[in-house]
Design a protein around this ligand. Structure first.
Ligand code: CA
Ligand code: CA
Length: 205
């Protein structure tokens, strides 16, 4: 009975928003390219960067503001924080235009390995080289918060935890409780859905 309800809620959420299918995989499906384009457009507008020599920087608050505009129905601040950390590669609290373009170029035009490395780095919150269930749960919760769980009344409270469990079933190949970059890349490459969602970018840009 419980399982049936869960199936029902999953299919309901898929009808509402196909991006839920992509929640357990690297975030390409969730993002497609829309936020990348929007973010870039917004940033250029806001900062009026000269095209030849862009030198503006964006801080975490800017990321949060931008995200809150695209996901007004939810609370995107945590997810924006995680993304900011992934873009802020030298950890100085700001993302320069060059950092941003470098990150984008990996996401949009990098090799499969480059893109998977980038996604792994996003999920590996403390950047110690492996993804724990706690880290993945933080990410999943932030995504659910961003999408706005109250918009989807059929969504179960434990849905983020279930996504984490299925992520680990797929990715933690030696079952030691953490996902390493090797496990992550190998598992993603064997998963048709993930590979397909990553190729979405190749067609839109
Ligand atoms: Ca970690
Ligand atoms: Ca493992």
């Amino acid at each position: 009975m419980k399982a049936k309800n869960r199936d029902q809620s999953l299919s309901d959420s898929r009808e509402l928003d196909g991006s839920y299918d992509q929640l357990t995989v690297p975030p390409w499906g969730l993002h497609r390219c829309f936020w990348l384009k929007c973010l870039l457009g917004y940033w250029m507008d806001c900062h009026e960067l000269p095209k030849e020599c862009p030198s503006g920087v964006v801080n975490e608050e800017n990321f949060k503001t931008i995200y809150s505009q695209f996901f007004p129905q939810g609370d995107s601040s945590m997810y924006a924080h995680f993304l900011f950390e992934a873009f802020d590669t030298n950890k100085n609290g700001s993302v320069s235009f060059e950092d941003f373009v470098f990150g984008l170029s990996i996401i949009l035009r990098g090799t499969i390995n480059d893109r998977l490395n980038w996604a792994f780095n996003l999920y590996d919150l403390n950047k110690d080289g492996c993804i724990t269930k706690e880290e993945m749960l933080d990410i999943m919760r932030s995504i659910y918060d961003m999408m706005g769980k109250y918009t989807y009344p059929t969504m179960q409270d434990d849905a983020p935890r279930e996504h984490v469990e299925s992520f680990f079933q797929k990715m933690d190949r030696n079952k030691d409780g953490v996902v390493t970059i090797e496990e992550f890349i190998e598992s993603c490459k064997k998963d048709e859905n993930i590979m397909q969602s990553m190729q979405l970018f190749d067609n839109v840009i």
